[in-house]
Design a protein around this ligand. Structure first.
Ligand SMILES: NC(=O)c1ccc[n+]([C@@H]2O[C@H](COP(=O)([O-])OP(=O)(O)OC[C@H]3O[C@@H](n4cnc5c(N)ncnc54)[C@H](O)[C@@H]3O)[C@@H](O)[C@H]2O)c1
Length: 279
């Protein structure tokens, strides 16, 4: 999808990857960008930067009603939504996490994506055009050491994005799914031991780099966006070797998928091939 003249919504648009997406979408000539965030002050700051194309909307994406409200706000100011960036996310839950962590991760990291699709699809299918950009994570393809709620809900986000693409791709609905490892944002800083595991697994990239790759994928009609290209190799290893099971120690998977010492010699293959033989 070309962005000139289009109308976009970016959730989590007040900070990090969402802010970078909002800036780049506006710079590409979008007619309107709704900057949606629970941080009302931050959302307004970003929307103000965008000039007449910016509109700040305060919302909590954990509430499924947020999606209809965002679509209506965008339509009232700019017209129907062409691109929805389901980007807001929470890195909550240490280790197994508690029920509140699970609820928050389910509601924000995947439930909000489902609510957005529910609000958008009727219009997109009628017009034969729409684009859904999901900010998932490399954790949704691999795992997240230190946080079960994050790992499981990001896998769900990837699965949901794939399902949307498979189901509606031939009816004009374009889907792209962004799966970075570390990105230099407040979320990574707040993620505690899980953030440390992410930093240990590979380089930390800038949010603007992620946004640029995501919008390039939208323009070129590609699905998977990997700001850390090595994730493609880790994913292939995981898919090809998962039947071997995982070594039974916390953190092995992160090391197997890419800490510097493991990558140096001989790389992720080593630990996977060290996994116990099945049976
Ligand atoms: N930073 C990383 O290392 C990294 C890596 C992979 C994926 N991601 C994903 O990128 C996305 C963006 O995160 P970021 O790294 O830019 O973090 P960030 O903290 O800079 O931005 C997240 C934004 O989402 C907003 N938000 C959170 N919960 C919300 C809610 N319930 N309703 C409305 N807004 C809400 C926050 O206020 C914040 O402005 C997330 O989905 C995250 O899981 C981040």
């Amino acid at each position: 999808m070309e962005l000139a003249g289009r109308v976009a919504v970016v959730t989590g648009g007040a900070s990090g990857i969402g802010r970078a997406l909002a800036r780049r979408i506006a710079a590409a000539g979008a007619a309107g960008v709704v900057v949606a965030d629970r941080d009302a002050v931050g959302a307004r700051r970003v929307a103000d930067e965008l000039g007449p194309a910016g509109l700040a909307v305060a919302c909590d994406v954990a509430d499924p009603d947020h999606a209809e409200a965002l679509v209506a706000a965008a339509a009232a100011r700019f017209g129907p939504v062409d691109l929805f960036c389901a980007n807001a996310g929470v890195a909550v839950g240490r280790e197994l996490g508690d029920p509140a962590d699970w609820q928050a991760a389910m509601d924000v990291n995947v439930g909000a994506h489902v609510a957005a699709a529910r609000a958008l699809l009727p219009g997109w299918l009628e017009r034969g055009r729409g684009a859904f950009l999901s900010t998932a994570s490399a954790a949704g393809l691999l795992s997240q050491i230190g946080s079960a709620p994050y790992a499981a809900t990001k896998h769900a986000a990837v699965a949901f994005a794939e399902w949307l693409a498979i189901t509606y791709g031939d009816r004009g609905v374009q889907v792209a799914c962004v799966c970075p490892m570390g990105v230099a944002t407040p979320l990574l800083d707040r993620a505690g031991p899980a953030g440390d595991a992410v930093r240990a697994a590979g380089g930390v990239v800038e949010p603007d780099h992620v946004a640029a790759l995501a919008l390039e994928a939208l323009r070129e009609g590609r699905f998977l966006v990997l700001p850390h290209p090595e994730v493609a190799g880790f994913e292939r290893l995981r898919a090809g070797d998962a039947s071997a099971g995982w070594p039974g120690c916390g953190g092995c998977a992160a090391r197997s998928w890419g800490t510097p010492e493991r990558r140096a010699d001989p790389g992720p293959v080593a630990i996977l091939s060290e996994a116990p033989e099945p049976g």
